[in-house]
Design a protein around this ligand. Structure first.
Ligand code: IMP
Ligand code: MG
Length: 186
């Protein structure tokens, strides 16, 4: 295990995706986005807080003119299962009318969060709304959401690290790992 000797790693059953694999995936994704967004009026929207690391690495890799904005959504609380209820906790600061919006998320699980955000941004008159996620758990999908860009498909296990949390912890792990179920099952 690539654990840098850090104590947070003892709560993982295994590292699923290393920081090196994440960095490589971001380079690949940025090349694809550069091709797809030539000449676009691009706004990258970071879904707080889980996508912060992915977002900051991705926008720095992108050789494109773009603006950034931030949105916070709640669907989880501190549990590991979705509540199915989506709420905007912090809205965008800027208008998306006529803009090409790229929503950047940490993980797509049920798909309810992104379906809701996509609907809201389309209603506000965005020219296009596409979805980019670091991780995708397709087995858990509860709708027919189309994810435009996904770096990694992962099995149905609860993961933390590189921005993803359990009860606000583990976001600072540099890699993505599977959280030991004994951490949340007691
Ligand atoms: P969805 O609406 O079910 O697709 O939920 C997506 C949100 O749930 C993500 O932005 C995460 O905040 C959270 N989530 C889903 N699966 C995991 C996981 O394995 N680890 C940490 N957070 C997760
Ligand atoms: Mg999230």
């Amino acid at each position: 295990m690539n654990n840098d000797g850090r104590r947070l790693y003892k709560d993982l059953t295994r590292v699923l995706i290393t920081k090196e694999e994440i960095a490589d995936a971001i380079v690949k994704l940025s090349k694809q986005l550069e091709a797809d967004y030539q000449g676009a009026d691009l706004v990258c929207v970071c879904i707080l807080k889980g996508a912060v690391m992915f977002f900051s690495d991705l926008i720095r890799a992108l050789d494109l003119p773009l603006t950034t904005d931030y949105m916070a959504i709640s669907s989880y609380g501190s549990s590991t299962k979705t509540s199915g209820v989506v709420r905007i906790l912090k809205d965008l600061d800027h208008d998306v009318l006529g803009k090409d919006v790229l929503v950047v998320e940490d993980i797509v699980d049920s798909g309810l969060t992104l379906a809701y955000i996509q609907h809201v941004l389309n209603q506000r008159g965005a020219k296009s709304v596409k979805l980019a996620t670091l991780l995708d758990k397709p087995e858990r999908r509860r709708n027919d959401l189309k994810v435009d860009y996904a770096c990694f498909r992962i099995p149905n296990e609860f993961v933390v690290g590189y921005g993803l949390d359990y009860a606000e912890k583990y976001r600072n792990l540099p890699d993505v790992g599977v959280l030991d179920p004994c951490i949340y099952n007691d």
